[in-house]
Design a protein around this ligand. Structure first.
Ligand code: KE4
Length: 428
């Protein structure tokens, strides 16, 4: 048990880490409060260094779909670690996790594992450029695909939270190959294909979680699929967040559209650093060592990390009605948030996809980043602080999604709804 306070622990961190964090959104910069410094997690909750309990709706930003310190995941990590932490050689565990992911996504034939979502999407782009011989990439305002130079252009998540979406340090020479369209705006993408014939790929979060939760319209995805097919470009679904979160086949559970490539992360690592990208065998045959497109990684497919992912996927795939259960709880929570807002006469819109949920302080539907940025962000910040005071830890940014884990039981949902009624009254 540490004998310190959140303030003191965060001051200590700020002396040695920029902003006191190793990822900007954790610093609560947009919230205007000191972030709790977390000491341990248990099921649907985690505890700060002062011993305060929080109901956790970020679950390490998506990975912990089974909740904190799940028995089978911890056992798998410990028993694997006892055999050695890694070898830099082929291991059977890498084949096992690949087989499990491919079983869930049968239109994919091969995967390459890496350590972060950034690496997965960065490499998928390189592969698309290598396969097509083209250069330009179309992405969408408010979508976040990690912090590689090509994609840190009008990004979402922390990049949007801090109000300078295109980061210094990204050479304009790189950014000029990145074309940015409004999400759910097919005409904008059509115009790019008409004007520019050097488009290697379109990369999209098919269910956006980095500008709040905004699912793509089916007609929009169908249109992207046709434009890519007709123009020899690859369609990439970035499912780093939605993969195994939005359903048994991620966002692909919610659309008939099938992309050429899918990227994964978060849940497939169960809380440890595992990410991947996949496609059909023909596309993946371009990847080194089979083909010329290079990618490598010291800890790619690390057995201890992969063991956490396998244990997580095993529980997901062996639990009857896994996603129905989590979706019902997400719907109960968002219905409670709406009721609390209504009672306080505050406009609120919410949405759910599988175990992901989102809400906006807005009186109209939110379809893209421009809509999301026009919502009442100041009211979000006040609501956030009131909920945190009541032990409910939501994503500390209006441009993120929330998550329900298997350990986020009904009693925790009820507690959160009660807190929301008080919080909405406090900010009315
Ligand atoms: P990582 O490099 O952070 O593992 O993954 C990048 C990434 C790629 N694609 C999508 C759709 C993502 O959501 C992410 C990372 N998500 C953010 C939260 N929205 C990670 C949290 C953080 O940046 O600290």
């Amino acid at each position: 048990m540490s004998h310190t306070t959140n303030e003191a622990a965060f001051e200590r961190a700020k002396k040695v880490l920029p902003g006191g964090v190793n990822s900007p959104v954790r610093a609560f910069g947009s919230i205007g409060a000191t972030p709790p410094v977390i000491a341990r997690g248990e099921g649907g909750c985690f505890f700060d260094v002062e011993g305060n309990r929080y109901i956790d709706y970020i679950q390490s930003w998506g990975p912990l779909i089974l909740g904190h310190a799940h028995k089978e995941v911890i056992e798998a990590v410990c028993s694997t670690a006892k055999q050695g932490l890694g070898f830099g050689t082929p291991t059977e565990l890498e084949s096992e996790i690949a087989e499990r992911v491919l079983k869930a996504y049968p239109f994919l034939e091969k995967l390459r594992f890496v350590s972060t979502g950034t690496e997965a999407v960065m490499t998928a782009i390189r592969l698309a450029r290598g396969v097509t011989g083209k250069t330009a990439v179309i992405k969408f305002k408010g979508n976040y695909h990690g912090h590689s130079d090509t994609l840190l252009v009008q990004a979402g998540s922390g990049a949007a939270t801090f109000g300078h979406p295109s980061s210094p340090g990204v050479p304009t020479d790189f950014a000029k190959h990145t074309l940015v369209a409004e999400y759910n705006d097919l005409a904008a993408v059509e115009a790019f294909f008409k004007a520019e014939h050097d488009i290697a790929c379109v990369v999209i979060e098919p269910i956006a979680g980095n500008m709040g939760l905004i699912p793509a319209d089916e007609a929009f995805l169908q249109g992207l699929r046709k434009l890519c097919t007709d123009n020899g470009a690859l369609l990439i679904f970035d499912e780093v967040m939605s993969g195994f979160r939005a359903g048994p086949m991620g966002a692909c559970s919610h659309t008939a559209v099938r992309p050429d490539m899918v990227t994964f992360g978060k849940v497939i690592g169960g809380g440890m650093p595992v990410a991947a990208f996949g496609a059909n065998a023909q596309i993946m045959s371009h990847l080194s060592p089979e083909g010329p497109v290079y990618q490598a990684g010291t800890l790619s497919g690390n057995p201890v990390a992969v063991a956490a992912g396998i244990a997580t996927l095993k529980v997901i795939q062996e639990t009857d009605g896994f996603y129905d259960t989590l979706t019902k709880r997400a719907q109960k929570l968002t219905a409670g948030l709406e009721a609390a807002a209504q009672a306080a006469n505050i406009p609120l819109v919410t949405d759910v996809r599988g175990s992901m949920f989102g809400f906006f302080f807005s009186d109209k539907p939110v379809k893209n980043f421009t809509d999301a940025a026009a919502c009442d962000i100041e009211r979000f910040k006040r609501f956030y602080r009131e909920m945190l005071l009541r032990g409910v830890y939501l994503a500390p940014s209006a441009f993120e999604a929330g998550f329900i884990s298997l350990a986020t039981e009904e009693d925790l949902i009820d507690e959160s709804i009660a807190a929301a009624h008080e919080a909405m009254k406090a900010i009315a």
